[in-house]
Design a protein around this ligand. Structure first.
Ligand SMILES: [Zn+2]
Ligand SMILES: [Zn+2]
Length: 1658
């Protein structure tokens, strides 16, 4: 190995520290920067955190950072890992995984133009447990474990400074690589998301190494061999062969041979580069390995084996066509033909299994030619049966034969040659194209180009491919050296003489071949004799530097070549190929390359190698067999997980966007919490992860404990995470909790009431999911709320949430109030542990900076503002046929913008808004689709057609009336289906279609139910869940779930397939193609007429649908769009057709062994792993009913998800409008600045700096906020705008109080505990008058209690500023001042506090100051003030003065590390506390014997029968269920974009509709019949954790019944434990079974029970 020493000064250094507290810090000092960043891993969620604040996580040096983290080694390190690079990170549920390169080797040092390629020689995964209580199954945990087993060392490489994913030299920066060759795109995302993309290297798989050699004592040459493995078809030998849905082949590699002349720094570096490609045959084929047969059976897809071949060559043509170099102007714009030469080394002899592939290969090329779709690409196929040739002609002749075939193509394709010029000025003097690379100081001057590519293949693209490409490449190497002026020819001297002879004959016969880069040919002015100048070395010579004929070595025989060529470079190249071959073989087959002795053929002792290799080959054959049969599928899984593919299958519960912990410091506790022991702090410890072992003991007198948390930033709260904490007695932890949330202390809303907290072991992490507050009116009519009240038998919405209750979404939630109640008040002290609140925050930083995808989002929203303003309405639900499309259009268009090529990846449809038909004016009609149902949110054109909606003034009224219209529409649909008197009961499909209309009308379930109840219809009658049999629901759910997974598979493939291609598909049929109510077939051209009959008379329905006629791929009939099944149907139909026995049916070549051969889930696994391309369509007659139904179910699920998404987006926009000024100057959010934003920000920064005068601004939103809501006048800027950064918000806007309030109190919670020195009030643009200049009074405090605040002073601004009139009157606009108009209040002594109270009051009208200055005041009021104030108040005649201001700045310095004000316990206290905590409970829990038990209702009901003599039951124990919540529940929506496109906020479905399970307990006593004792909400806990629920009082009963209720359908089994036996009877997860999960107990004194007690403890 050409290794360089590791750890040079200036190298990247990564240190990962795990503290004793289990906190993880990544300390990165990059070679490309000269500072050090610290990335903190959130210990609960695993999110990476970096704020780029100096002294906090940005440091001058590594040692400074280390010192900060360990706080001068006060915090001990559990482990420290040093590394050279970060390769990736992922937070996977409960586990964080960080991949480090601990040792790297500089395998290509000093590339021309600088930069180094490092190969990872040692790697390490750092794994750590996260604190969230994720429901994760064993299978998932196993998969996470296995991800770490992926073999990295020696097979991955990277460059920190140069883009090496494209052929050398790339003009792109290292940060914009070609994704086809980047293997850690997914693993590097977390770093991109925190704005540190360069901290994770761009990782390539394959081989990169270089060798230097000298030629006859001349300067040294270096040859570098780089092999980039494509990630488009990753995987192992038997699972990744031929083409896949991403148009790529298995074992696909791009190889690059770069030769350059080593020069001193600053000198020009001539280089020559040659590219070739290798991979398996680009058609759909596979091989089935049979345990019994010796050779694998090869098969080719019988249906359409050449689909995707075209795109494959298209991609090659784009990459290797010289016209596509995007280099420079000098290359002609003319279309040149790109040759692609395939060298096929397969056995073509009769009867050989591979010969079928040879035939198909040829056929595939004919097929492509026949399409005429690649007019500028010529594909040639050279068949060369390598094995046969070696067998019959011997190795030497085989090589010679290859050379003969390769000469023409190689010369035609040519070399890419040029020179690196270190300074640009020099570069300008050279001819040809110039490439300037972003990451290199100089430029590349190019003299010739490679056009096209040679592609080698054998069956596996392994041994034969490696050998043949070596013999091709060595010819190129010799030519490359020659052209660089370093002939490898032994007989060179002879040739030179020859050249001289020619030249002495008057130059006539002089060989006029091309000169090496940097050379020039001139003629002697006197003799006319030609001479040559080497500008590189500034020497001249008479001799042509490379006199030979190009490519002459190709014509030699093997012996001639060996005799006449300098062999040492050839041997070096052989070494490189041997190493590379082993890498490719190992990655593909798990074993080294075979048959590689032929690479030693030029070495003298090649015979020895041959002997050796026979034994070697046998061994490798055996190894491969083992690998391929046993571990291929698991290695396949490793690759997929590494790439972030198919995670919905491998890690189904893992969220894409974990929540954020918002309750950590600098969040604070607003009201002190008492502790039994003095010396404890006020409760801040309860929020600190570092105190996670804390047991907070409240005095026994406390009936309840109230915890008020002020979050570190506003967010939508989704989860409460409690750490159960108690002493020996588990009953000291509270038994109930109420949760209230709000944007301020006076706006709290009850979110959860009386949620039971079971007793659990110490340190249990328990998640209580929270939705926003649910409207009690909604609760009354629908959902679990309504159902649980009644005694009717609960039904579960198994297909989808028919009764979904929607909680309010509020991204400005700031205060969370928890009320804990003890088991038995006053009996024992209460204990508490760490409390965490998790939520989703808006990206305020980016919003204020007006950058990133948020700007795009805002701009789109801004445009839509021109017609409507959805967030102005009081409700987040705006309903009408058209407004629903508007609401969604903004959502969709924001994401569709970044879609590759504007394609809906799922359907192939263009998602740019299509011209849609005129909306119908009739009451209940709608346009019949132009491009599928999802049109409803695609069209952005409708809105212009409703001018009456463009100016909504009182929007809440309008919303109500729109809502009313939507309801009417909905009800008329109901009447159409059920008849005017509701006589007809709708069938399942009709009920589903009603639901589709409901979603399209954007009605919530509660609104629907209210509408139905208003006409006396029981909503349950229209519940599709109740309209089909339970067993059919079971099968249907399975089918729909499979469809969802297949849909995601196809979707992922589409994203990957779009890499490097500009594909355009079109289709009129989308994934679902659901006909709406009243849409039916009337087309005369249709031969299917599936939906022809309807309850509606044809005359009622104008049919305006698409007249496109398609052909069914099964019955070949003509079919109209309405009678066509959605494209998704082909997925399910294919799946059913190719069972495990039918793998040759070939919907998924080679895939049948995937999914783990250990169990029988082959068909399932293979389909998910390698779904077919969505091609062909089915008519509804040929499509099984269950598939059609599954499509409808999936579609409704998708619509539900889209509704949630649009609700989230509306909530986000509402939050923005409550912070930023929404309506000043017609610009929402002030996006459009008069100045460029950059300039405006610059001015604001300068102003802020001048204002602060070395201090910090302590009260800036979003870290600061108001404790109480602030009175605000109508039409004013929102109160929070007072705290915004200076440059945020609309220019000229300001906040003002209602005119009737003369006193306004503002309680500002600072971003962190601070020492405050003063306050600055920025004056509104309207300026002050004598009447509204306020008196300011200030207090400071740490807690909310007003009594404890300290008075800091009173300032009468009127008297302060009377001398200067600068603050009076309106501001002259557009003047960029060094300081904005302001008043400063400086405190006599700085004060340490968290809350600043500000009272702004107006002078009472009769006060003396007003009288004194009346004259002036009246003058200004009459003169300048009135008109301007009119203007600024929007024309309202507003005479009364009011309190107003533009901004409030609080200045001072934050207190460093306030988090750990140590609780100063006295020793005696500690001992007391421990003694108290360790006191065991007096009573123990003992098992109540059960006489008999019975399970019912799919194990969701457990009945336990007790004997009359048994003790009273005090409670029951249940172990946490072993289920997961899968992330994928429906096929992807157009909004499910890849992570590179960011919506305004990430909030996953599951956090908006939280699935909650309840255990309902009822007892059968003697006479009274069955009585419900209680309902116990089950929190989320790790599987198997015991939970103890005490009953209110002991129960004596004959029978106790436990029922599992709630959203059971939202849970699934762990993939490893899933029953793959096909379409089972019931859709529920088996992990929900109550079998053996519940034990009843009673309390007794263990001493009294004696020895027997230990046996029956529960
Ligand atoms: Zn039809
Ligand atoms: Zn058909």
């Amino acid at each position: 190995m050409d290794s360089q020493s590791v750890g040079r000064p200036g190298d990247t250094s990564i240190v990962v520290i795990v503290l004793e507290t289990d906190e993880v810090y990544i300390i990165a000092s990059l070679s490309t920067r000269n500072d050090t960043q610290v990335i903190y891993v959130d210990p609960t969620t695993g999110n990476l955190c970096h704020t780029a604040k100096k002294g906090h996580d940005l440091f001058v040096s590594e040692s400074e950072a280390l010192n900060h983290i360990t706080d001068g080694s006060r915090w001990l390190c559990k482990s420290t890992t040093h590394a050279r690079a970060i390769m990736g990170y992922a937070a996977l549920g409960n586990t964080g995984m960080l991949l480090l390169a601990t040792k790297v080797t500089a395998t290509i040092p000093n590339m021309p133009g600088g930069g180094c390629v490092y190969t990872v020689s040692d790697s390490e995964w750092i794994k750590f447990q996260l604190q969230n209580a994720y429901l994760q199954g064993k299978g998932e945990l196993k998969n996470i474990q296995e991800l770490a087993e992926l073999d990295i060392d020696g097979k991955y490489y990277f460059s920190e400074t140069r883009d090496i994913t494209r052929p050398f030299p790339s003009k792109y920066s290292v940060q914009s690589p070609d994704l086809e060759f980047v293997w850690n795109t997914w693993l590097s995302l977390p770093f991109k998301n925190i704005g540190l993309p360069q901290h994770c290297v761009v990782l390539l798989q394959g081989f990169a190494e270089s060798r230097s050699f000298g030629v006859s004592n001349q300067r040294e040459l270096t040859v570098a061999l780089t092999a980039r493995r494509s990630k488009l078809h990753p995987g192992t030998r038997y699972l990744a062969r031929g083409l896949n849905a991403c148009f790529s082949t298995g074992n696909e590699v791009e190889c690059e041979q770069l030769v350059w002349v080593s020069r001193n720094a600053g000198q020009n570096v001539p280089f020559s580069r040659y590219i070739w490609r290798r991979g398996t045959i680009p058609i759909w084929w596979g091989a089935e390995l049979k345990m019994t047969a010796a050779e694998a059976e090869i098969y080719v897809d019988s249906r359409n084996p050449y689909r995707g071949s075209l795109q494959y060559y298209q991609r090659l043509s784009q990459r290797y066509g010289s016209k596509n170099l995007d280099t420079a102007v000098n290359i002609s714009q003319k279309k040149t033909i790109v040759p692609i030469v395939c060298v096929n080394l397969l056995r073509s002899g009769e009867g050989k299994p591979e010969s079928i592939l040879v035939q198909h290969f040829e056929e595939s090329l004919n097929h492509i030619r026949s399409t005429g779709k690649l007019p500028y690409t010529r594909i040639h196929l050279i068949n060369y049966d390598w094995h046969a040739s070696v067998k019959y002609k011997g190795e030497q002749q085989t090589i010679e034969g290859l050379w003969k075939l390769l000469k023409g193509p190689t010369a035609a394709v040519g070399l890419y040659e040029g020179m690196y010029v270190s300074s640009l000025r020099q570069g300008e003097g050279y001819q040809g194209a110039v490439i300037r690379c972003e990451d290199s100081p100089g430029a590349f001057s190019l003299s010739s180009f490679q056009n096209g590519v040679i592609r080698y293949n054998c069956a596996d693209s392994l041994d034969r491919t490696n050998a043949a490409s070596y013999f091709g490449a060595l010819q190129v190497l010799v030519e490359q050296c020659r052209r660089l002026g370093h002939s490898l020819d032994f007989s060179g001297s002879l040739d030179f003489q020859l050249g001289n002879r020619f030249s002495s004959q008057g130059n006539s016969g002089a060989y006029a071949g091309p000169l090496p880069p940097g050379w020039e040919k001139r003629s002697d002015a006197v003799t006319g004799k030609t001479y040559y100048i080497d500008h590189n070395t500034r020497r001249t010579t008479w001799e042509h530097p490379c006199p030979d004929k190009p490519w002459k070595w190709f014509d030699m025989t093997f012996e001639e070549f060996k005799r006449s060529t300098l062999l040492s470079p050839i041997t070096l190249l052989a070494d490189l190929f041997l190493l590379a071959g082993d890498i490719h073989a190992t990655l593909y087959t798990g074993s080294k390359a075979m048959h590689s002795h032929i690479l030693h053929i030029f070495t003298e002792d090649s015979g020895k190698f041959k002997q050796f290799s026979v034994a070697q080959n046998v061994k490798i054959t055996l190894q491969r067999r083992y690998q391929n049969v046993i571990v291929d599928s698991s290695r396949q899984k490793h690759f997929e997980m590494f790439l972030g593919m198919r995670l919905f299958k491998h890690l189904p519960s893992v969220l894409r966007h974990p929540l954020k912990v918002s309750s950590r410091s600098p969040a604070c506790i607003l009201k002190p919490i008492v502790n039994m022991f003095p010396g404890a702090n006020d409760g801040a410890d309860l929020l600190s992860f570092r105190k996670k072992d804390l047991i907070w003991v409240c005095p026994p007198a406390a009936d309840i404990i109230e915890v008020f948390i002020f979050l570190q930033e506003p967010c939508h709260v989704c989860q409460l995470l409690l750490t159960i904490s108690h002493g020996a007695d588990s009953s000291s932890y509270p038994a109930l909790v109420d949760v209230r949330t709000g944007c301020s202390l006076d706006k709290l809303k009850l979110v959860l009431e009386g949620v039971t907290i079971p007793q659990c072991p110490n340190r249990t992490n328990m998640v209580i999911p929270l939705t926003g507050a649910i409207d009690s009116a909604d609760m009354a009519v629908t959902g679990a709320g309504a159902r649980l009240q009644s005694q009717e038998k609960p039904s579960t919405s198994l297909l989808y949430g028919f009764e979904e209750l929607e909680g309010e979404l509020d991204f400005l939630t700031r205060v969370v109030a928890l009320t804990f109640c003890p088991v038995s008040p006053g009996r024992i002290p209460l204990t508490l542990g760490e409390i965490e609140v998790l939520g989703v925050a808006l990206p305020w930083k980016d919003i204020f900076a007006k950058k990133g995808p948020y700007l795009k989002f805002l701009e789109l929203e801004d445009k839509s503002q021109n017609s409507t303003n959805p967030f102005l309405s009081g409700s987040d639900i705006i309903v009408s046929d058209t407004s629903s499309s508007k609401q969604n259009s903004s959502v969709l268009s924001s994401t569709s913008v970044s879609l590759p090529h504007g394609l809906d990846l799922l359907t192939g449809d263009f998602v740019y808004s299509q011209p849609s038909p005129e909306p119908e004016v009739q009451e209940v009609t709608h346009e019949v689709g132009s491009g599928g149902l999802l049109d409803f949110f695609l069209d952005g054109t409708n809105e212009e057609k409703h001018p009456e909606q463009q100016c909504r003034l009182s929007s809440s009224q309008v919303a109500t009336s729109e809502n009313e219209t939507a309801r009417k529409h909905y009800l008329s649909y109901v009447r159409k289906l059920c008849g005017p008197d509701m006589a007809r009961k709708p069938d399942f499909l009709q009920a589903m279609k009603l639901e589709i209309e409901r979603f399209l009308l954007n009605l919530s379930a509660a609104e629907r139910d209210r509408a139905l109840l208003s006409i006396g219809v029981d909503p349950a009658m229209l519940d599709p869940n109740r309209l089909i049999s339970l067993s059919y629901i079971g099968r249907l759910c399975k089918a729909a779930n499979n469809l969802a997974l297949l849909g995601h598979t196809v979707f992922e493939d589409k994203i990957v397939a779009s890499i490097g291609l500009e594909t355009q598909e079109d289709s009129t049929v989308d994934f679902w193609n659901i006909a709406r109510i009243g849409e039916y077939c009337v087309s005369s051209g249709c031969e299917v007429h599936f939906d022809a009959q309807d309850h509606l008379r044809p005359s009622e329905l104008p049919f305006s649908g698409s007249t496109a006629i398609l052909t069914c791929s099964i019955c070949q009939k003509n079919v109209c769009k309405v009678c066509t099944a959605g494209r998704g149907s082909t997925l399910l139909v294919n799946r059913n057709q190719s069972g495990p026995t039918q793998s040759n049916g070939l919907s998924s070549p080679g895939g049948s062994s995937h999914g783990g051969s250990s169990h029988g889930g082959q068909s399932d696994g293979s389909m998910i792993s390698r779904a077919p391309i969505l091609d062909g369509i089915l008519c509804k007659s040929c499509c099984p009913d269950i598939v059609l139904d599954a499509l409808v179910v999936d579609y409704v699920r998708v619509l539900g998800s889209l509704r949630r998404r649009s609700r989230a987006d509306n909530a986000a926009m509402q939050a923005l409008s409550r912070v930023l000024d929404a309506c000043v100057g017609g610009h929402s959010f002030g996006i459009k600045h008069e100045l460029g934003h950059q300039q405006g920000a610059e001015v604001s920064r300068m102003q802020l700096k001048n204002l602060l005068n070395q201090e910090e601004s302590l009260a800036e939103f979003p870290s600061a906020g108001f404790l109480y809501s602030v009175e605000t006048a109508d039409g004013s800027a929102p109160a929070l705008s007072l705290l915004l950064p200076l440059d945020a918000g609309a220019a000229g806007s300001y906040w003002r109080a209602p005119s009737d309030s003369t006193n306004v109190e503002l309680a500002i919670v600072l971003g962190t505990l601070s020492i405050v020195s003063g306050i600055i009030l920025l004056v509104s643009s309207c300026g002050y008058s004598t009447f509204d200049i306020p008196i300011v009074q200030v207090w400071a405090s740490n807690k909310v209690s007003k009594e404890e605040r300290s008075y800091l002073g009173k300032w009468d601004m009127g008297s302060m500023v009377s001398a200067s009139s600068e603050l009076y009157g309106p501001e002259s606009s557009n003047v960029q001042k060094e300081l904005p108009r302001h008043v400063r209040f400086t405190f006599r002594n700085p004060v340490q506090c968290r809350i600043i109270w500000l009272l702004l009051s107006l002078h009472p009208p009769s006060s003396s100051s007003v009288i004194l200055e009346k004259g002036f005041g009246e003058l200004s009021l009459q003169g300048t003030m009135m008109p301007s104030r009119r203007n600024s108040f929007g024309g309202s005649a507003q005479h009364t003065p009011c309190v107003h201001a533009r901004r409030i700045l609080v200045t001072g310095t934050p207190v460093k590390s306030d988090s750990t004000r140590e609780a100063s316990f006295h020793n005696s206290d500690k001992i007391n506390q421990r003694a108290w905590l360790e006191r065991p409970p007096q009573l123990g829990r003992f098992k109540v014997p059960v006489e008999a038990e019975r399970l019912a209702d799919n194990d969701c009901i457990l009945e336990q029968y007790l004997s009359p003599s048994s003790p009273g039951v005090a409670g029951f124990r249940i172990d946490a269920l072993n289920v997961i919540r899968p992330r994928v529940f429906h096929s992807p929506t157009p909004l499910d974009m890849d992570a590179s496109d960011q919506p305004l906020t990430y909030i996953e479905d599951r956090h908006m509709s939280s699935a909650v399970l309840f255990i309902q307990v009822s007892v059968l006593q003697d006479q009274s019949g069955e009585v419900i004792v209680g309902e116990y909400r089950l929190p989320e806990l790790r599987a198997g954790t015991p939970m103890y629920f005490d009953f209110p009082r002991p129960i004596q009963a004959q029978r106790i019944t436990f029922r599992l209720l709630g959203d059971v359908a939202a849970f699934a089994d762990d993939p490893a434990e899933q029953d793959d036996s096909g379409f089972g009877a019931f859709p529920l997860a088996s992990g929900l079974s109550l079998n053996n999960r519940i034990k009843m107990y009673y309390y007794a004194d263990p001493y009294e029970l004696g020895k027997w007690a230990s046996l029956s403890a529960v």
